[in-house]
Design a protein around this ligand. Structure first.
Ligand SMILES: *Cc1c(COP(=O)(O)O)cnc(C)c1O
Length: 371
């Protein structure tokens, strides 16, 4: 049985009629940039995350960039973050000319390790930017304590964690601001690009709104240098349709994750864990093994889609060579990059497809390549 890594067409088909009507409405009323569908989605997404405000952006990267702009970061300022994430987390820092200061990850959750943060703090540290990687919440309480002690801001990169919970409360409002992505492959995806900045703070909300729209509080009066980071009306409409399904989709992801745990228990793979403090939304189901490359090749040959998140940590990316890092600086992140393998997980996946993935993995471990 062939199992695709991801099935966006299946998701679209399941809600096609409603999407068509919602998008057609935008074509008819001509609200292409922001507009009533974006307003409605912002309110619904704020309610979903338990936040006072959510603002629609044209990507998760731009939402995170506005978050760092609001901290007034500049050259010489430092932001502590994880090297094991999608590169956009670091973009938000370097776009302000501040410096990402990487701290290694916790080998159990693959998230920023709170125990290693304080050693990286300097007088120039302004903020901590953890990522709820793969949909699993980062351990926020110790990070919040460090922030309070050293007067640092917290920005959550929640791009992969819509609806994930930390100690029973949805992520996204633990820090001053958070950024979500609605890239089509995320748990909540637009029909194109999209993102949101979420906050409980009135002043941050007002400034983020201005920065999103050319730095203007009043049209054609520009108080500071801003951006065109507006969400499109069509994306707001599509996201409104999909947000209603998100709780059911998340429940199915969690069910599939628990099935994987049961199916793969007893194999030599290191399986994802769910920490006692959190509830993961399983954006990805990432297993680890030293024979990762051989396993990946075997699965691909046998029609099972899989992917790498991420094959090279940020500190070793060419674009950040000027930071001067070398192999060995963050050993847990580097080992994870070598051993991680993302298995297919999406709400539309059937139990039969998942059984086929598990069977192929077990078959691999019976081959000489696995020895
Ligand atoms: C997807 C993602 C982003 C960026 O979001 P875009 O909408 O693609 O710009 C940022 N951080 C993480 C961890 C992501 O996975």
């Amino acid at each position: 049985m062939n199992v695709p890594y991801f099935d966006l067409k299946g998701q679209t088909q399941s809600i096609r009629g409603e999407l068509d009507r919602a998008i057609a409405e935008q074509l008819d009323n001509g609200s292409f940039c922001l507009g009533p569908a974006v307003d409605a989605f912002e309110k619904a997404f704020a309610a979903y995350t338990g936040a006072k405000y959510s603002l629609g952006f044209n990507s998760g990267t731009s939402a995170l960039h506005v978050a760092t702009r609001i901290l007034n970061l500049g050259p010489g300022d430092e932001v502590i973050t994880t090297p094991f994430t999608f590169v956009a987390t670091s973009w938000a820092i370097v776009y302000t000319n501040a410096k990402p200061v990487y701290v290694d990850i916790d080998p159990a959750t693959m998230n920023l390790d709170p125990a290693k943060i304080e050693a990286a703090i300097t007088p120039r540290t302004k903020a901590i930017m953890p990522v709820h990687l793969y949909g699993h919440p980062v351990d926020l309480d110790p990070i919040l304590q460090i922030c309070a002690k050293h007067k640092l801001a917290l920005i959550e990169d929640a791009a992969q964690a819509h609806g994930a919970k930390y100690k029973g409360k949805p992520v996204g409002t633990f820090g001053a601001m958070s950024g979500f992505s609605f890239y089509p492959g995320k748990n909540l995806g637009a029909c194109g690009e999209g993102g949101a900045l979420v906050t409980n703070d009135d002043a941050i909300y007002k400034r983020a709104k201005a920065l999103r729209e050319h730095g203007s509080y009043e049209r054609y009066y520009h108080d500071e240098i801003g951006y065109n980071y507006r969400m499109e009306g069509i994306q707001g409409a599509a996201l409104g349709v999909k947000l209603k399904r998100l709780p059911a989709w998340t429940a199915r992801r969690r069910e599939l994750a628990h099935r994987y745990h049961a199916l793969l228990k007893g194999t030599p793979l290191t399986l994802p864990v769910e920490a006692a403090y959190g509830e993961s939304v399983y954006h990805l189901y990432v297993v680890r093994h030293t024979k990762r490359d051989a396993l990946r090749e075997y699965l691909t040959k046998n029609g099972i889609g899989c992917a790498l998140h991420y094959p090279l940590p940020c500190h070793l990316q060419k674009c950040f060579a000027s930071l001067g890092h070398k192999v060995g600086d963050f050993p847990v992140a580097e080992r994870s990059a070598k051993e991680c393998l993302s298995l297919p997980i999406y709400p539309e996946m059937t139990n039969e497809q998942q059984d086929a993935v598990a069977a192929a993995i077990k078959a691999f471990f019976a081959t000489p390549a696995a020895a």
